[in-house]
Design a protein around this ligand. Structure first.
Ligand SMILES: [Mg+2]
Length: 210
């Protein structure tokens, strides 16, 4: 199936980088600090969403008491300190290598901050696979739709020539807006049932793509 595409666009968090456990730990620290109920990993995967502000609200954070900017910054400070504890999912490099050998282009499109994205893809030795690494200029993970639209314009690809690989409903929505096909992975920040409801191909492992 991969062979039919000119370009593959990868999401970063929960698709390339397995940061799910770290995200659960960090949000639970914040929830405890705010005397709110903590979540299990399964609960997290049933609640997490982008824009992340909506997910914080669903967990019970009251932005009247403390702004989302303050809470979100606290979370991100913790993430920045510990982000290198995370690993790339098994099979990811193998799949990137295979796509490269097929002569198909690859990019990253993420709602994560550009600076950290550049730093981390270099850390894991992945930069060489990508023609474009596109992230947000801030830490608040609102939407990457506008970035996706800019990227697809740069690539000059028509409908069905691009495949987006992601792990959230937001990836699915962005792919649809870009005229890209979409495959979602259940090992990331959304549970499988939520992804299957979208009516797209859902894989348990990136290796399933080959
Ligand atoms: Mg993701």
């Amino acid at each position: 199936m991969i062979k039919n595409y000119k370009h593959i666009i990868w999401d970063w968090n929960g698709t390339i980088l397995n940061d799910v456990d770290l995200c659960v730990e960090l949000i639970n620290e914040l929830l405890k600090e705010h005397n709110l109920k903590t979540v299990t990993k399964d609960e997290y995967k049933s609640i997490f969403t982008i824009p992340v502000k909506n997910y914080y609200a669903a967990l019970g954070f009251d932005f009247e008491k403390e702004s989302f900017e303050v809470v979100g910054k606290k979370w991100m400070d913790g993430y920045e300190q510990r982000k290198f504890e995370c690993k790339v999912y098994p099979g990811v490099v193998e799949v990137m290598e295979k796509i490269k050998n097929l002569g198909i282009g690859q990019s990253i499109l993420s709602a994560y901050s550009q600076h950290t994205l550049d730093e981390m893809s270099a850390h894991f030795g992945l930069t060489k696979y990508f023609s474009h690494i596109v992230g947000l200029d801030n830490i608040y993970a609102a939407s990457k739709l506008h970035l996706g639209q800019q990227l697809i314009k740069k690539l000059g690809n028509g409908k069905g020539e691009t495949l987006m690989i992601g792990d959230t409903e937001h990836d699915f929505e962005v792919a649809a807006e870009m005229g890209a096909d979409c495959v979602l992975l259940s090992g990331g920040h959304y549970d499988k049932k939520r992804l299957e409801k979208l009516g797209v191909t859902v894989l348990d492992s990136i290796r399933g793509l080959l």
